[in-house]
Design a protein around this ligand. Structure first.
Ligand code: FES
Ligand SMILES: [Fe+2]
Length: 345
């Protein structure tokens, strides 16, 4: 398999959301990130600990073991690991005999943020991106499950930064088949952590859409921003004239080069009248439309700048790819080349 992503040092030094916090409870959990199996469990002081899912004794998968008083117990011979992955018990050894020093687990970096468990396999070079609404009491946060998409993280980000597919892919939700033209895209820092663009769209608003928009008109106006934070984090903001804001954080974590965890988080400043489950059904339906499309495409989005053809409306995705190539140290990218705005029509 082509390992463009899984062996890249910059990606090994990046944070990825791999599970919901509520999923890491009384039992160990196995996740795979960049082709490496990791066990997660909640340690003695309640924090999530992560380590390669391989016992240093005879390589049993620790995720098949149990957690007892916050200690991870290997299913094979019962070696037991506590805070910071330290080996605290070898059942076959006489009491009082020190544990072998090389028996401690080498842990990976773990943080909990936005209801999610984030893992960095190396030494992080940038922080987890900030969502200001997380600490704004006017907003509530809604988490969704971590799904697995059979496509590359690069294809997902390319899709999440793209609005030209709305009238084609999202006709079952908010997309309007008649609104295909995209005005000229200008990129800018949206705020400290997010780079992207602002735009306005008209969105179809029926069925589930009315719950999300809080309006009953057949079509609603949205002022939006879409931006990225390297490597694979995307934020979309939807602002309605009513003052309602709906912020979506779209997170892609490579399981391997062609399989990806996807989860999204929503922040809304609504009156909490509609349940989180009902609100989120619309976004889940939109996500399913994207997933269906992307799983038809082969493998990794090519990361060179010349193979694919882009137009002005692809500007954000082209710029994200340029910055990603730079971050990943793959090659010196040529200048961003997009055709004139008229080609976007
Ligand atoms: S393999 Fe884990 S205790 Fe032996
Ligand atoms: Fe989409």
């Amino acid at each position: 398999m082509n390992m463009i992503l899984s062996d890249n040092p910059a990606l090994l030094s990046s944070w990825f959301a791999v599970a919901r916090s509520i999923e890491v409870g009384s039992a160990p959990v196995q996740i795979t990130l960049l082709n490496r199996k990791v066990v997660l469990w909640r340690g003695p002081s309640g924090e999530v600990i992560g380590a390669p899912d391989r016992c240093p004794h005879r390589e049993a998968p620790l995720s098949k073991g149990t957690v007892s008083d916050g200690c991870l117990v290997c299913p094979y011979h019962g070696w037991t690991f506590g805070d910071e992955g330290r080996l605290v018990r070898v059942p076959s050894s006489t009491e009082g005999v020190p544990v072998p020093p090389r028996g401690h687990l080498t842990t990976v970096m773990v943080e909990e943020r936005y209801g999610l468990v984030w893992v960095c396999l190396g030494t992080p070079t940038s922080p987890i991106p900030t969502i200001l609404e997380e600490t704004d009491p006017a907003f509530r946060r809604i988490n969704t499950e971590v799904d697995t998409w059979h496509t590359s993280a690069t294809r997902m980000v390319d899709n999440f930064l793209d609005i030209t597919h709305f009238p084609f892919v999202h006709t079952g939700t908010f997309g309007r088949a008649q609104d295909t033209h995209v005005p000229k895209i200008e990129l800018d820092m949206l705020d400290n952590d997010w780079y992207g663009y602002r735009y306005e769209i008209r969105a179809n608003n029926s069925d589930l859409g009315t719950l999300a928009s809080g309006q009953t008109d057949g079509v609603v106006e949205r002022a939006m921003t879409t931006g990225f934070n390297l490597p694979f984090n995307v934020r979309s903001e939807i602002h309605y004239g009513t003052g309602l804001s709906h912020i979506i954080l779209l997170l892609s974590a490579p399981i391997d080069d062609v399989t990806t965890y996807f989860t999204f988080v929503v922040w809304r400043n609504d009156d909490f009248a509609v349940s989180a489950e009902e609100i989120i059904r619309f976004d889940l339906a939109i996500g399913a439309e994207d997933k269906r499309m992307l799983e038809l495409l082969d493998g990794v989005l090519t990361l060179d700048q010349t193979t694919l053809v882009s137009v002005q409306a692809d500007k954000c995705s082209v710029e994200w790819r340029r910055k990603l190539i730079e971050m990943m140290g793959i090659a010196t990218p040529p200048a961003v080349a997009v055709s004139s705005p008229s080609a976007a029509g």
